[in-house]
Design a protein around this ligand. Structure first.
Ligand SMILES: *[C@@H]1O[C@H](CO)[C@@H](O)[C@H](O)[C@H]1NC(C)=O
Ligand SMILES: *[C@@H]1O[C@H](CO)[C@@H](O)[C@H](O)[C@H]1NC(C)=O
Ligand SMILES: *[C@@H]1O[C@H](CO)[C@@H](O)[C@H](O)[C@H]1NC(C)=O
Length: 352
């Protein structure tokens, strides 16, 4: 008995000791990445007058497209490539205004965007992680649990009321290869439609929610009378005025609160969007979200394009093209991302 207790104690000491040594061996902060300057892009003759380049933009009613994206140090390389791809493929690049949302490192992000895109009209808005951190339940992949991942549900609160009234929300792991004006002008038809996204009605909806959800007679009624289809929240056209009027942030929060009590899904920020909006959105052509190029959520295997045209490539899933590039394990489609990489290579640094 005593000996057993002794062993248990030793074991506990070992566990405690192990944990504290992990806690002490913290990672040094990564070197801030350096990016090169993107080329300047000019409006075509039939575009409105260019927006004034500024890193402190107030929302301009004359912008043709308002883009909302999150920014953080970890995914910055992806965001930079995404911004470049938007500017490169639109006919009116000087009439696109960017609204970035960031929770940390704002001065670094601000100066990085300013120096790589000196002709951009943008503003960085602060997102307070504590708005949502109490509502996050752990999911199948840690990257999905970052508070900033949930900022898309708070755009109507973060961006000023009245302008922009419509934004195109974009993830950081994608590239546009077509004019964002076409995506931005997606019709939201009926007056109560709040968002548009590519829908996938062949996806098995059962899969996105747990048996806790489907076995509960009240909860499982959620999609009754709706033609609920899966959609991805990485590419969305959102009417912020209608969003505010309908109180959709609160509706999403209600589901997140329930998830804390009764695990009803396994993914991160996506399922609450499905619960609130599936079957009530406007459809966007699938070419605007050639998704899944990052592979699945576990191994990040290489994937192919879906059949049909391509306006946007989305590396959703675990594998990211910049990580595979650094690891020397590019998937065939990743080579399409490489020309948009603005990272200053260490080789370029050493010869400059
Ligand atoms: C940025 O713009 C806001 C108003 O939109 C203004 O109050 C603030 O002083 C500006 N900051 C700088 C540094 O120009
Ligand atoms: C970014 O830099 C500009 C110019 O210095 C400044 O006006 C603006 O307030 C900064 N934004 C943030 C979020 O720090
Ligand atoms: C959908 O998925 C559920 C659970 O994964 C499965 O039981 C069901 O058979 C699937 N339905 C179809 C039509 O494939």
């Amino acid at each position: 008995m005593n000996r057993e207790r002794h062993h248990t104690l030793l074991f506990l000491l070992f566990v405690v000791g192990f944990h504290s040594s992990v806690a002490i061996r913290f990672n040094p902060p990564p070197e801030p990445l350096r990016f090169r300057e993107a080329p300047q892009f000019y409006n075509s003759p039939n575009c409105p007058a260019p927006l004034h380049p500024t890193s402190n933009a107030t929302c301009s009613p004359t912008a043709l497209v308002h883009v909302a994206m999150t920014l953080d140090v970890e995914y910055l390389r992806g965001s930079m490539a995404a911004i470049l791809s938007v500017l490169q493929h639109t006919s009116c690049p000087q009439s696109v205004q960017f609204h970035f949302v960031a929770s940390t490192s704002l001065p670094y992000l601000n100066s990085t965007i300013s120096s790589s895109f000196p002709y951009l009209s943008f503003r960085i808005y602060h997102f307070d992680d504590s708005l949502v951190s109490g509502l996050i339940s752990t999911s199948i992949r840690a990257a999905l649990d970052r508070p900033l991942n949930y900022a898309r549900s708070y755009l109507a609160q973060i961006l000023p009321d009245g302008c922009p009234s419509r934004v195109v929300y974009l993830d950081s792991d994608l590239l546009l290869v077509d004019d964002i004006r076409h995506l931005a002008s997606t019709s939201l038809f009926e007056s109560e439609t709040v968002l548009a996204a590519p829908e996938y009605c062949n996806a098995n909806f059962t899969f996105y929610f747990t048996s806790n959800f489907w076995s509960n007679p009240v909860l499982s009624m959620t999609f009754e009378g709706r033609k609920a289809c899966y959609f991805n929240t990485g590419v969305m056209v959102i009417d912020l005025d209608r969003w505010r009027k309908g109180g959709y942030t609160e509706k999403i929060e209600k589901w997140m609160e329930l998830q804390k009590k009764l695990r009803i899904y396994e993914l991160g920020s996506l399922p609450p969007f499905l619960l609130v909006f599936a079957g009530k959105i406007a459809n966007v052509d699938h070419k605007w979200n050639q998704h899944g190029l990052g592979g699945d959520n576990f191994q990040g295997l290489c994937r192919n394009l879906h059949p049909g045209p391509v306006s946007l490539l989305h590396w959703s899933g675990k594998g990211k093209p910049w990580a595979r590039l650094d690891a020397g394990r590019l998937c065939p489609l990743d080579s399409l991302w490489v020309p948009y990489d603005l990272l200053e290579s260490t080789f370029a640094n050493s010869i400059s």
